[in-house]
Write a protein that binds this ligand. Structure first.
Ligand code: URA
Length: 205
């Protein structure tokens, strides 16, 4: 039986809900939302206080900035897909632990496979390093990487942009280039090919 993307995502979410081996089970599952036929899949670090409460990604202050950026390029939030590396909130919003990232990774991999987005947009250092372990956010945000068959376009985390004007300006500038990035995806000379980095590939697929 061929499942639709919606059905496959629903099934994956149910599987996660029932997986008692996953860490952070005292928090709610924030699986992700949006269109599985999106042009871009945004991936943050993990749910915060409001995300945990509402079981939706990016609904707090950082989410409001993300919404504004999405609208500023003429897109709609419901037409992109938004999720996180960690699908449950770490206590007190602490940084994700390596073991937690590892535990959630197979699910994120399957989520990406189902959605098969033209470009993945990791938001912030943690999400970026999940895909590109060697990358540095201040150096590499706004650059397009090719990892296997996937395109990765890392951006500053909106929460970081709320803390500093320089970061906000860089995030805004790089975000504005997203439609152009999508248009030129196949031909862009700036693409940094990292498909030979076996370690990075292994953690992803
Ligand atoms: N920060 C994240 O990384 N993800 C969210 O969903 C909200 C805030």
């Amino acid at each position: 039986m061929i499942m639709s993307k919606h059905e496959a995502l629903k099934k994956l979410e149910e599987e996660m809900e029932n997986d008692s081996s996953l860490p952070l089970r005292e928090s709610n599952l924030v699986f992700g939302e949006g269109s599985p036929d999106c042009e871009a899949m945004f991936i943050g670090e993990g749910p915060g206080f409001y995300e945990d409460k509402m079981k939706r990604p990016f609904v707090g202050r950082a989410g409001q900035l993300l919404d504004k950026l999405i609208m500023s390029i003429g897109w709609k939030r419901e037409n992109v897909y938004i999720t996180n590396v960690l699908k449950r909130r770490p206590p007190g919003n602490r940084d994700p632990l390596p073991g937690e990232i590892e535990a959630y990774a197979p699910y994120l991999t399957r989520q990406i496979e189902i959605i098969d987005p033209p470009v993945i947009v990791p938001l912030g250092r943690f999400a970026m390093n999940y895909f590109l372990p060697e990358a540095k956010i201040s150096r590499d945000q706004g650059k397009l990487f090719k990892l296997g068959e996937r395109y990765i376009y890392p951006l500053f985390h909106p929460a970081a942009a709320l803390r500093g004007t320089g970061t906000l300006n860089s995030l805004t500038e790089s975000f504005m280039k997203l439609p152009e990035v999508l248009k030129k995806l196949e031909t862009m000379a700036e693409v940094v090919a990292v498909e030979t980095r076996k370690d990075a590939q292994k953690s992803l697929f």
